[in-house]
Write a protein that binds this ligand. Structure first.
Ligand SMILES: *[C@@H]1O[C@H](CO)[C@@H](O)[C@H](O)[C@H]1NC(C)=O
Length: 206
């Protein structure tokens, strides 16, 4: 399916309010759902959007998580992601999806990266935050900057017994895909990938 254009009315925002949320207990190989949540400019935490409003990999049918009242009041908008994480199973490098970005979608991403958009995912009630892209500004005239999109994410999770204790997402060893020279009419082909690394921790608590 073609990627959604930004700002299109993607889905009706219907949330169910559930009373309880609890962290899971897992056996090796059990799916650990990663939810996508918000995106927004880093310098304005009040301004948030649904992650799937950006041109990113999204499932054909978007399924929202039922949220607790507190989460609803926090502006959470959790929906299932396409990342496949299984308890204590490492993933080396897996394709999340291939996309052909229209010039409008590239422009939308470029704007988001210029505004230092961060994203928030949630795995087992733990928030994971990272930036959508990378920007490098030169202080010299003529003013210029380089803009890149993170197309690979490394997830790290720590487990103890049958629980997830800690999780983070990083792009430390990743090169961003440059959006600098893609101003023509042609779509830009990109492939989003991810890896998952589990390690055992002695800690039993979060
Ligand atoms: C992410 O988690 C891994 C594994 O626990 C850890 O080695 C790494 O330092 C963490 N990275 C950050 C930026 O906290």
């Amino acid at each position: 399916m073609a990627p959604h254009p930004f700002l299109a009315p993607l889905f009706s925002l219907l949330y169910l309010v559930s009373a309880a949320s609890s962290e899971g207990r897992y056996q090796q190989g059990d799916p650990v759902m990663l939810y996508v949540n918000k995106v927004g400019p880093y310098h304005n935490p009040q301004e948030t959007y649904h992650y799937y409003q950006l041109p990113v990999c999204s499932p054909v049918n978007i399924r929202h998580k039922s949220l607790t009242l507190g989460e609803v009041l926090d502006g959470d908008r959790m929906a299932e992601s396409m990342y496949e994480i299984r308890f204590r199973e490492n993933v080396d490098k897996k394709v999340l999806c291939d996309m052909k970005l229209s010039p409008q979608q590239v422009e939308r991403l470029r704007q988001a990266i210029e505004e230092l958009y961060y994203f928030e995912f949630v795995v087992d009630d733990l928030p994971l935050r990272g930036f959508v892209g990378y920007m490098e500004e030169s202080g010299f005239l003529p003013h210029s900057h380089k803009i890149g999109l993170w197309t690979h994410l490394d997830f790290h999770l720590e487990w103890n017994g049958d629980r997830v204790i800690y999780a983070n997402v990083s792009v430390r060893d990743v090169k961003p895909a440059s959006l600098d020279d893609v101003r023509g009419p042609d779509p830009l082909s990109i492939t989003h990938t991810y890896s998952v690394r589990w390690s055992e921790t002695a800690s039993e608590r979060r």
